[in-house]
Design a protein around this ligand. Structure first.
Ligand code: PSU
Ligand code: MN
Length: 332
């Protein structure tokens, strides 16, 4: 047990050059880890990575801060250590202090939405970056965290076959071996093409306790999921097999929104249609599109979409923590 924990730390160190201790935070290469995260990783304990664009761009203040804290608390209560990822003053951080979390929530959209392509520039300019799914996967993988919880991932945008607006979350899933727990993909996106693209990228997509791929606010999308898992242990075995085989690709675990929080499909649908029209009329494209659509759908549904969003993120945190604990036990 001790020797495997030690060898894990030595491996981490080898991989990321010489770790330095500065105050209480352990630095691996350019990445700063909080003491509880580095301790858990070196002992092979369960850690769950969390993204931060959902805090800065996905929800308004103060619900963003409350939700971020509650999500971390759910992870802890279920036996894992939460590691919220963000770039602060140009330093990639895996795990945030209470003050850092508050700062990020306050910055809101003033923080830079940081996907893979943005990381080097945010670091070089010593900026504050909120990491999307793609950037969060990169840092989770760098420090050895195999499980990552979010609300929803990006996908192929509607008309993506013309605009080529395809989230880098999908290509990241194709190249980085981290399991992402999400409530599926929002119907602001083109769900069938998103699943096709994930297949092309070689990503294992598994729906939790259902045969259907969920659509974030609703449990159904009309698309069949490629595979199904029914327990946290099933998920852990899947992740373990993916790691042992060194496939190098990510896994998407799609956890449907709890029934009691599922928004009325027609309410959300009409809000989405209107938000999409407005985005087109205002010429909002590129990485501004997702935050615009999320905010507008929330306004148009009178906040209903925000409370569904919060409920499903917490539900994902619960599942992610259980998966992470089961995986840590399996790999002891
Ligand atoms: N979908 C959501 N909420 C979010 C996002 C997506 O329901 O907050 C964020 C995530 O950080 C995701 C990013 O990685 O948007 C995708 O943005 P884009 O479509 O620009 O790749
Ligand atoms: Mn995009």
């Amino acid at each position: 047990m001790v020797s495997s924990a030690l060898s894990r730390l030595v491996n981490l160190q080898r991989h990321f050059q010489v770790p330095k201790r500065s105050d209480d935070n352990l630095c691996i290469g350019m990445v700063k880890l909080t003491p509880d995260v580095s301790e858990a990783l070196s002992r092979g304990r369960a850690v769950v990575a969390l993204e931060s664009t959902i805090i800065s761009h996905g929800m308004p203040y103060p619900q963003n801060l409350e939700t971020a804290k509650e999500v971390e608390a759910i992870v802890r209560e279920n036996g894992a250590v939460p590691a919220t990822v963000a770039i602060l003053d140009g330093v990639p951080c895996v795990g945030l202090s209470a003050e850092e979390l508050e700062r990020l929530a306050n910055l809101g959209t003033k923080a830079r939405k940081t996907a893979r392509r943005d990381i080097a520039h945010v670091v070089a300019t010593k900026g504050d970056g909120a990491t999307t799914v793609s950037a969060t996967m990169i840092f989770a993988s760098m420090v050895g965290i195999p499980v990552f919880v979010t609300g929803g991932i990006g996908g192929v945008h509607r008309h993506g076959e013309n605009t080529m607006d395809i989230s880098s979350d999908l290509t990241e899933l194709g190249r980085t071996p981290v399991a992402v727990i999400s409530a599926g993909v929002k119907s602001i996106l083109d769900i069938p093409r998103t699943l096709e693209y994930l297949e092309t990228q070689g990503v294992c997509v598994a729906a939790y306790k259902t045969n259907e791929f969920p659509a974030f606010f609703t449990e159904t999308s009309g698309c069949k999921a490629p595979c199904r898992v029914d327990t946290p242990e099933d998920c852990a075995r899947l992740i373990d097999a993916n790691m042992k085989l060194k496939l190098g690709t990510g896994i998407l675990i799609a956890n449907p929104i709890p029934k009691e929080h599922a928004a009325s499909g027609s309410l959300i649908d009409s809000a989405i249609q209107r938000a999409l029209r407005e985005a087109r009329d205002k010429g909002i494209t590129g990485n501004a599109e997702t935050p615009f659509l999320l905010g507008r759908v929330n306004e148009l549904t009178g906040g209903a979409s925000l409370s569904s969003n919060i409920a499903l993120v917490k539900n994902n945190a619960l599942l992610g923590a259980k998966i992470s604990v089961s995986l840590a036990q399996m790999r002891e």
